[in-house]
Design a protein around this ligand. Structure first.
Ligand code: MG
Length: 417
Protein backbone atom coordinates (compact mmCIF):
# COMPACT_ATOMS: atom_id res chain seq x y z
CA UNK A 1 0.00 0.00 0.00
CA UNK A 2 1.38 3.41 -0.95
CA UNK A 3 0.69 6.61 1.01
CA UNK A 4 -1.98 7.58 -1.54
CA UNK A 5 -5.39 7.91 0.10
CA UNK A 6 -7.27 4.69 -0.71
CA UNK A 7 -10.49 4.84 -2.69
CA UNK A 8 -13.18 3.28 -0.49
CA UNK A 9 -16.71 2.38 -1.62
CA UNK A 10 -19.69 1.19 0.43
CA UNK A 11 -22.13 -1.41 -0.90
CA UNK A 12 -25.43 -1.46 0.99
CA UNK A 13 -27.48 -4.63 0.63
CA UNK A 14 -31.21 -3.77 0.64
CA UNK A 15 -32.54 -6.47 -1.68
CA UNK A 16 -34.06 -8.77 0.96
CA UNK A 17 -37.74 -9.57 1.19
CA UNK A 18 -37.66 -9.87 5.01
CA UNK A 19 -39.64 -13.10 5.39
CA UNK A 20 -39.23 -13.08 9.22
CA UNK A 21 -40.40 -9.48 9.56
CA UNK A 22 -44.14 -10.17 9.52
CA UNK A 23 -45.84 -7.35 7.59
CA UNK A 24 -44.63 -8.06 4.04
CA UNK A 25 -46.49 -4.99 2.67
CA UNK A 26 -43.61 -2.80 3.88
CA UNK A 27 -40.22 -4.57 3.63
CA UNK A 28 -38.13 -4.03 6.78
CA UNK A 29 -35.52 -1.87 5.04
CA UNK A 30 -38.25 0.67 4.19
CA UNK A 31 -40.09 0.57 7.54
CA UNK A 32 -40.18 3.98 9.30
CA UNK A 33 -37.74 4.28 12.19
CA UNK A 34 -37.92 7.62 14.08
CA UNK A 35 -39.31 9.29 10.97
CA UNK A 36 -36.92 7.89 8.35
CA UNK A 37 -36.83 4.53 6.57
CA UNK A 38 -34.40 1.99 8.05
CA UNK A 39 -32.41 2.10 4.77
CA UNK A 40 -31.97 5.89 5.05
CA UNK A 41 -30.39 5.53 8.49
CA UNK A 42 -27.83 3.08 7.13
CA UNK A 43 -27.12 5.28 4.10
CA UNK A 44 -26.71 8.42 6.23
CA UNK A 45 -24.32 6.65 8.61
CA UNK A 46 -22.03 5.51 5.78
CA UNK A 47 -22.38 8.79 3.90
CA UNK A 48 -21.20 10.76 6.93
CA UNK A 49 -17.86 8.90 6.84
CA UNK A 50 -15.35 11.18 5.08
CA UNK A 51 -13.23 8.22 3.91
CA UNK A 52 -16.06 6.66 1.88
CA UNK A 53 -16.05 8.15 -1.61
CA UNK A 54 -19.01 6.39 -3.20
CA UNK A 55 -22.10 4.43 -2.17
CA UNK A 56 -23.96 1.78 -4.15
CA UNK A 57 -27.22 0.16 -3.00
CA UNK A 58 -28.58 -3.16 -4.29
CA UNK A 59 -32.36 -3.39 -4.19
CA UNK A 60 -35.24 -5.53 -5.40
CA UNK A 61 -36.23 -4.05 -8.80
CA UNK A 62 -39.88 -3.76 -7.65
CA UNK A 63 -38.79 -1.58 -4.70
CA UNK A 64 -37.35 1.18 -6.91
CA UNK A 65 -40.03 3.77 -6.05
CA UNK A 66 -39.71 3.06 -2.32
CA UNK A 67 -35.93 3.31 -2.56
CA UNK A 68 -36.03 6.62 -4.43
CA UNK A 69 -38.42 8.03 -1.80
CA UNK A 70 -36.07 6.83 0.97
CA UNK A 71 -33.14 8.62 -0.69
CA UNK A 72 -34.91 11.98 -1.19
CA UNK A 73 -32.37 14.78 -1.45
CA UNK A 74 -29.42 12.47 -2.19
CA UNK A 75 -28.30 12.40 -5.81
CA UNK A 76 -24.89 10.75 -5.43
CA UNK A 77 -26.02 7.17 -4.73
CA UNK A 78 -25.82 4.40 -7.32
CA UNK A 79 -28.82 2.03 -7.32
CA UNK A 80 -28.39 -1.48 -8.75
CA UNK A 81 -30.95 -4.28 -9.17
CA UNK A 82 -30.19 -7.25 -6.92
CA UNK A 83 -30.61 -10.99 -7.51
CA UNK A 84 -32.59 -13.89 -6.01
CA UNK A 85 -30.26 -14.38 -3.01
CA UNK A 86 -28.17 -12.08 -0.83
CA UNK A 87 -25.02 -13.50 -2.38
CA UNK A 88 -26.23 -12.84 -5.93
CA UNK A 89 -27.24 -9.31 -4.95
CA UNK A 90 -23.81 -8.53 -3.49
CA UNK A 91 -22.08 -9.91 -6.62
CA UNK A 92 -24.21 -7.69 -8.86
CA UNK A 93 -23.38 -4.68 -6.68
CA UNK A 94 -19.65 -5.46 -6.78
CA UNK A 95 -19.77 -5.88 -10.57
CA UNK A 96 -21.45 -2.44 -10.85
CA UNK A 97 -18.67 -0.92 -8.72
CA UNK A 98 -16.01 -2.70 -10.82
CA UNK A 99 -16.48 -0.20 -13.65
CA UNK A 100 -14.36 2.17 -11.54
CA UNK A 101 -12.88 -0.30 -9.05
CA UNK A 102 -12.23 1.07 -5.55
CA UNK A 103 -9.29 -0.17 -3.42
CA UNK A 104 -11.62 -1.34 -0.65
CA UNK A 105 -15.33 -2.00 -0.27
CA UNK A 106 -17.43 -2.05 2.91
CA UNK A 107 -20.44 -4.35 2.47
CA UNK A 108 -23.25 -3.40 4.85
CA UNK A 109 -26.73 -4.79 5.45
CA UNK A 110 -29.36 -2.02 5.21
CA UNK A 111 -31.09 -3.68 8.18
CA UNK A 112 -28.32 -2.52 10.57
CA UNK A 113 -29.27 1.16 10.97
CA UNK A 114 -27.50 1.61 14.33
CA UNK A 115 -23.98 1.19 12.94
CA UNK A 116 -21.68 3.86 14.39
CA UNK A 117 -18.99 6.11 12.93
CA UNK A 118 -16.48 4.45 15.27
CA UNK A 119 -17.23 0.95 13.98
CA UNK A 120 -17.01 2.05 10.33
CA UNK A 121 -13.69 3.73 11.11
CA UNK A 122 -12.44 0.61 12.90
CA UNK A 123 -13.12 -1.55 9.81
CA UNK A 124 -11.46 0.97 7.48
CA UNK A 125 -8.38 1.30 9.71
CA UNK A 126 -7.92 -2.47 9.70
CA UNK A 127 -8.01 -2.54 5.87
CA UNK A 128 -5.65 0.42 5.54
CA UNK A 129 -3.26 -1.34 7.95
CA UNK A 130 -2.84 -4.08 5.31
CA UNK A 131 -5.58 -6.64 5.95
CA UNK A 132 -7.59 -7.94 2.98
CA UNK A 133 -10.62 -8.38 5.21
CA UNK A 134 -12.00 -6.78 8.37
CA UNK A 135 -15.06 -8.39 9.94
CA UNK A 136 -16.80 -6.93 13.03
CA UNK A 137 -17.57 -9.72 15.49
CA UNK A 138 -18.85 -10.13 19.05
CA UNK A 139 -18.10 -13.15 21.27
CA UNK A 140 -21.27 -15.17 21.90
CA UNK A 141 -22.28 -14.69 25.54
CA UNK A 142 -25.60 -16.60 25.71
CA UNK A 143 -25.51 -20.31 26.50
CA UNK A 144 -26.25 -22.18 23.28
CA UNK A 145 -28.63 -25.15 23.00
CA UNK A 146 -29.01 -27.44 20.04
CA UNK A 147 -32.25 -29.33 19.44
CA UNK A 148 -31.83 -32.59 17.51
CA UNK A 149 -34.45 -34.21 15.27
CA UNK A 150 -35.91 -36.22 18.13
CA UNK A 151 -36.46 -33.00 20.14
CA UNK A 152 -33.59 -33.73 22.53
CA UNK A 153 -31.92 -30.51 23.82
CA UNK A 154 -28.14 -30.49 24.11
CA UNK A 155 -25.95 -27.65 25.43
CA UNK A 156 -23.46 -26.53 22.80
CA UNK A 157 -20.11 -25.04 23.83
CA UNK A 158 -19.82 -21.35 22.99
CA UNK A 159 -16.05 -21.43 23.24
CA UNK A 160 -14.51 -19.72 20.23
CA UNK A 161 -17.92 -18.75 18.81
CA UNK A 162 -18.56 -15.23 17.51
CA UNK A 163 -21.60 -13.47 16.06
CA UNK A 164 -20.52 -11.40 13.06
CA UNK A 165 -21.91 -8.06 11.94
CA UNK A 166 -21.62 -5.66 9.03
CA UNK A 167 -20.05 -3.59 7.56
CA UNK A 168 -17.56 -6.23 6.47
CA UNK A 169 -14.58 -4.66 4.71
CA UNK A 170 -12.50 -6.22 1.93
CA UNK A 171 -9.86 -5.52 -0.67
CA UNK A 172 -12.15 -4.92 -3.61
CA UNK A 173 -10.40 -7.12 -6.20
CA UNK A 174 -10.23 -10.10 -3.81
CA UNK A 175 -13.87 -10.09 -2.70
CA UNK A 176 -15.07 -9.58 -6.29
CA UNK A 177 -12.95 -12.54 -7.45
CA UNK A 178 -14.32 -14.73 -4.63
CA UNK A 179 -17.93 -13.82 -5.47
CA UNK A 180 -17.36 -14.60 -9.14
CA UNK A 181 -15.55 -17.88 -8.43
CA UNK A 182 -18.26 -19.11 -6.05
CA UNK A 183 -21.35 -17.65 -7.70
CA UNK A 184 -23.19 -21.00 -7.40
CA UNK A 185 -23.06 -20.99 -3.57
CA UNK A 186 -25.72 -19.46 -1.28
CA UNK A 187 -23.79 -18.09 1.71
CA UNK A 188 -25.22 -15.64 4.24
CA UNK A 189 -22.25 -13.31 4.67
CA UNK A 190 -19.30 -12.18 2.58
CA UNK A 191 -16.52 -13.38 4.87
CA UNK A 192 -17.75 -16.92 4.08
CA UNK A 193 -16.54 -16.38 0.50
CA UNK A 194 -13.02 -15.87 1.88
CA UNK A 195 -13.42 -19.04 3.97
CA UNK A 196 -14.16 -21.07 0.79
CA UNK A 197 -10.49 -20.74 -0.21
CA UNK A 198 -9.00 -20.35 3.28
CA UNK A 199 -8.12 -16.70 2.70
CA UNK A 200 -7.19 -14.87 5.93
CA UNK A 201 -10.01 -13.19 7.84
CA UNK A 202 -9.25 -10.39 10.28
CA UNK A 203 -11.88 -9.95 12.96
CA UNK A 204 -12.34 -6.55 14.62
CA UNK A 205 -14.46 -5.67 17.66
CA UNK A 206 -18.12 -5.26 16.80
CA UNK A 207 -20.53 -3.25 18.95
CA UNK A 208 -23.53 -4.59 20.82
CA UNK A 209 -25.84 -1.79 19.62
CA UNK A 210 -25.24 -2.67 15.94
CA UNK A 211 -28.38 -4.84 15.90
CA UNK A 212 -29.90 -6.36 12.78
CA UNK A 213 -33.59 -5.55 12.26
CA UNK A 214 -35.12 -8.98 11.83
CA UNK A 215 -38.43 -9.03 13.75
CA UNK A 216 -40.99 -6.19 14.11
CA UNK A 217 -40.01 -5.58 17.76
CA UNK A 218 -36.45 -4.84 16.63
CA UNK A 219 -37.72 -1.47 15.30
CA UNK A 220 -38.50 -0.37 18.88
CA UNK A 221 -35.10 -1.59 20.07
CA UNK A 222 -33.35 0.35 17.27
CA UNK A 223 -35.44 3.47 18.06
CA UNK A 224 -34.25 3.25 21.67
CA UNK A 225 -30.58 2.95 20.66
CA UNK A 226 -30.78 5.81 18.15
CA UNK A 227 -32.74 8.06 20.54
CA UNK A 228 -30.12 7.61 23.25
CA UNK A 229 -27.47 8.60 20.72
CA UNK A 230 -29.53 11.75 19.97
CA UNK A 231 -30.18 12.85 23.54
CA UNK A 232 -29.60 16.59 23.03
CA UNK A 233 -33.27 17.64 22.95
CA UNK A 234 -33.87 21.18 21.73
CA UNK A 235 -36.90 23.39 21.11
CA UNK A 236 -36.99 26.07 18.40
CA UNK A 237 -39.51 28.88 18.04
CA UNK A 238 -40.41 30.89 14.95
CA UNK A 239 -42.66 33.93 14.45
CA UNK A 240 -43.64 35.68 11.22
CA UNK A 241 -46.04 38.33 9.95
CA UNK A 242 -47.07 39.31 6.42
CA UNK A 243 -49.34 42.13 5.33
CA UNK A 244 -52.69 41.28 3.67
CA UNK A 245 -53.14 43.22 0.41
CA UNK A 246 -55.45 43.11 -2.64
CA UNK A 247 -53.82 40.89 -5.32
CA UNK A 248 -51.64 42.94 -7.70
CA UNK A 249 -52.03 40.35 -10.45
CA UNK A 250 -54.10 37.24 -11.10
CA UNK A 251 -51.14 34.92 -10.53
CA UNK A 252 -50.71 35.86 -6.84
CA UNK A 253 -52.65 33.56 -4.49
CA UNK A 254 -53.03 33.35 -0.73
CA UNK A 255 -50.80 30.46 0.44
CA UNK A 256 -50.57 29.39 4.08
CA UNK A 257 -49.04 26.13 5.33
CA UNK A 258 -48.23 25.16 1.74
CA UNK A 259 -51.91 25.26 0.74
CA UNK A 260 -53.68 27.69 -1.64
CA UNK A 261 -56.67 29.27 0.15
CA UNK A 262 -59.33 31.06 -1.91
CA UNK A 263 -59.61 34.64 -0.52
CA UNK A 264 -60.08 38.22 -1.77
CA UNK A 265 -56.68 39.28 -0.38
CA UNK A 266 -53.18 37.81 -0.60
CA UNK A 267 -50.10 38.03 1.61
CA UNK A 268 -47.50 40.54 0.48
CA UNK A 269 -43.87 39.43 0.34
CA UNK A 270 -40.82 38.72 -1.80
CA UNK A 271 -41.43 34.94 -1.94
CA UNK A 272 -44.87 33.33 -1.93
CA UNK A 273 -45.18 34.95 1.56
CA UNK A 274 -46.30 31.70 3.22
CA UNK A 275 -46.33 33.01 6.76
CA UNK A 276 -46.88 29.51 8.25
CA UNK A 277 -43.94 27.80 6.52
CA UNK A 278 -41.72 30.80 7.29
CA UNK A 279 -42.46 30.44 11.01
CA UNK A 280 -41.61 26.70 10.97
CA UNK A 281 -38.45 27.37 8.96
CA UNK A 282 -37.25 29.88 11.58
CA UNK A 283 -38.11 27.46 14.39
CA UNK A 284 -35.97 24.76 12.72
CA UNK A 285 -33.05 27.16 12.23
CA UNK A 286 -33.37 28.09 15.91
CA UNK A 287 -32.71 24.51 17.00
CA UNK A 288 -29.29 24.52 15.32
CA UNK A 289 -28.50 28.18 16.11
CA UNK A 290 -28.16 28.92 12.41
CA UNK A 291 -29.63 32.40 12.06
CA UNK A 292 -33.01 33.10 10.49
CA UNK A 293 -34.79 32.67 7.18
CA UNK A 294 -33.72 36.13 5.94
CA UNK A 295 -30.03 35.19 6.37
CA UNK A 296 -30.43 32.08 4.22
CA UNK A 297 -32.89 33.49 1.66
CA UNK A 298 -32.40 37.25 1.41
CA UNK A 299 -35.52 39.22 0.38
CA UNK A 300 -33.14 41.23 -1.87
CA UNK A 301 -32.12 38.11 -3.84
CA UNK A 302 -34.11 37.84 -7.09
CA UNK A 303 -33.71 34.03 -7.03
CA UNK A 304 -36.36 33.90 -4.28
CA UNK A 305 -38.90 36.23 -5.96
CA UNK A 306 -42.22 34.39 -5.84
CA UNK A 307 -40.39 31.28 -4.51
CA UNK A 308 -42.29 28.30 -3.07
CA UNK A 309 -41.58 28.50 0.68
CA UNK A 310 -41.62 24.70 0.86
CA UNK A 311 -38.07 24.96 -0.51
CA UNK A 312 -37.00 27.17 2.43
CA UNK A 313 -38.54 24.73 4.88
CA UNK A 314 -36.82 21.72 3.34
CA UNK A 315 -33.48 23.55 3.31
CA UNK A 316 -33.73 24.16 7.06
CA UNK A 317 -34.71 20.51 7.62
CA UNK A 318 -31.68 19.40 5.60
CA UNK A 319 -29.37 21.61 7.69
CA UNK A 320 -30.73 19.89 10.80
CA UNK A 321 -30.30 16.42 9.23
CA UNK A 322 -26.72 17.28 8.22
CA UNK A 323 -25.94 17.68 11.95
CA UNK A 324 -27.41 14.23 12.61
CA UNK A 325 -30.59 15.83 13.98
CA UNK A 326 -34.05 14.30 14.14
CA UNK A 327 -37.18 16.43 13.85
CA UNK A 328 -39.71 14.97 16.28
CA UNK A 329 -42.67 17.39 16.17
CA UNK A 330 -43.88 20.66 14.65
CA UNK A 331 -46.71 22.81 16.06
CA UNK A 332 -47.94 25.78 13.99
CA UNK A 333 -50.43 28.45 15.15
CA UNK A 334 -51.94 30.82 12.58
CA UNK A 335 -53.36 34.09 13.91
CA UNK A 336 -56.01 35.87 11.78
CA UNK A 337 -59.71 36.82 11.64
CA UNK A 338 -60.18 35.69 8.03
CA UNK A 339 -59.88 33.45 6.10
CA UNK A 340 -61.17 30.60 8.24
CA UNK A 341 -58.27 28.15 8.75
CA UNK A 342 -60.32 25.20 10.07
CA UNK A 343 -61.48 23.91 6.65
CA UNK A 344 -57.83 23.84 5.45
CA UNK A 345 -56.20 22.53 8.63
CA UNK A 346 -55.94 18.86 7.55
CA UNK A 347 -54.59 19.75 4.10
CA UNK A 348 -51.94 21.97 5.73
CA UNK A 349 -50.91 19.22 8.17
CA UNK A 350 -50.60 16.75 5.30
CA UNK A 351 -48.51 19.13 3.18
CA UNK A 352 -46.18 20.08 6.07
CA UNK A 353 -45.79 16.37 7.00
CA UNK A 354 -44.85 15.60 3.38
CA UNK A 355 -42.31 18.43 3.20
CA UNK A 356 -40.69 17.39 6.51
CA UNK A 357 -40.98 13.60 6.02
CA UNK A 358 -42.88 13.37 9.31
CA UNK A 359 -45.82 11.13 10.18
CA UNK A 360 -49.10 13.07 10.29
CA UNK A 361 -49.41 12.59 14.06
CA UNK A 362 -46.25 14.68 14.57
CA UNK A 363 -47.59 17.78 12.78
CA UNK A 364 -50.08 20.12 14.46
CA UNK A 365 -51.83 23.14 12.91
CA UNK A 366 -53.90 25.41 15.14
CA UNK A 367 -55.64 28.72 14.50
CA UNK A 368 -56.84 31.60 16.62
CA UNK A 369 -58.21 35.11 16.22
CA UNK A 370 -57.27 38.10 18.36
CA UNK A 371 -60.91 39.00 19.08
CA UNK A 372 -60.79 41.90 16.63
CA UNK A 373 -57.82 43.48 18.39
CA UNK A 374 -54.57 44.65 16.82
CA UNK A 375 -53.36 44.38 13.21
CA UNK A 376 -54.63 40.84 12.85
CA UNK A 377 -57.98 41.85 14.29
CA UNK A 378 -58.26 44.68 11.75
CA UNK A 379 -57.41 42.26 8.92
CA UNK A 380 -54.23 44.13 8.02
CA UNK A 381 -52.04 41.06 8.20
CA UNK A 382 -51.64 37.44 9.25
CA UNK A 383 -49.21 36.23 11.95
CA UNK A 384 -47.91 32.71 12.58
CA UNK A 385 -46.00 31.11 15.42
CA UNK A 386 -44.29 27.72 15.33
CA UNK A 387 -42.56 25.52 17.87
CA UNK A 388 -40.50 22.48 16.84
CA UNK A 389 -38.81 19.80 18.92
CA UNK A 390 -35.67 18.08 17.68
CA UNK A 391 -33.10 15.59 18.95
CA UNK A 392 -29.41 16.05 18.15
CA UNK A 393 -26.33 13.96 18.93
CA UNK A 394 -24.28 15.38 21.79
CA UNK A 395 -21.43 17.12 19.96
CA UNK A 396 -17.87 17.15 21.27
CA UNK A 397 -18.11 20.95 21.25
CA UNK A 398 -20.84 20.67 23.92
CA UNK A 399 -18.53 18.65 26.17
CA UNK A 400 -15.75 21.17 25.58
CA UNK A 401 -18.11 24.02 26.45
CA UNK A 402 -18.69 22.43 29.86
CA UNK A 403 -15.00 22.52 30.60
CA UNK A 404 -14.23 26.18 29.96
CA UNK A 405 -11.27 27.19 32.11
CA UNK A 406 -11.53 30.47 34.04
CA UNK A 407 -9.85 33.23 32.05
CA UNK A 408 -7.04 35.33 33.51
CA UNK A 409 -9.53 38.20 33.84
CA UNK A 410 -11.81 36.00 35.91
CA UNK A 411 -8.92 35.18 38.23
CA UNK A 412 -8.08 38.86 38.69
CA UNK A 413 -11.63 39.90 39.54
CA UNK A 414 -12.26 37.01 41.93
CA UNK A 415 -13.01 38.35 45.38
CA UNK A 416 -11.16 36.67 48.22
CA UNK A 417 -13.37 35.27 50.96
MG1 MG B 1 -41.93 35.81 6.16
Amino acid sequence: MTNKKPHIAALIVAAGSGTRFGDASVPKQYTPLLGRPVLRWSVDRLRSCKDIAQICIVIQPEHKTRCQAALTGLDDIQIVDGGATRQQSVRKGLEALAKQPPDFVLIHDAARPCVTDALIDHVIQSLVAGNDSAIPAMPVTDTLKKVDRSGKVITHSREGLFAVQTPQGFSFGKILAQHQAHAHENLTDDAALFECDSLPIQMVNGIRDNIKITYPEDIDAAAGILSLACGDIRTGKGYDVHRLVPPRDDARQLIIGGIVIPHDKVLDGHSDADVGLHAITDALLGTICDGDIGMHFSPKDMRWKGADSGMFLQHAAQLLAAQGGLLMHADLTIICETPKIGPHRDAMRKRIAELLHLPLNRVSVKATTTEGLGFTGRGEGIAAEAVVTVRLPFATSYTAAQNIQPSDDAKITRIAP
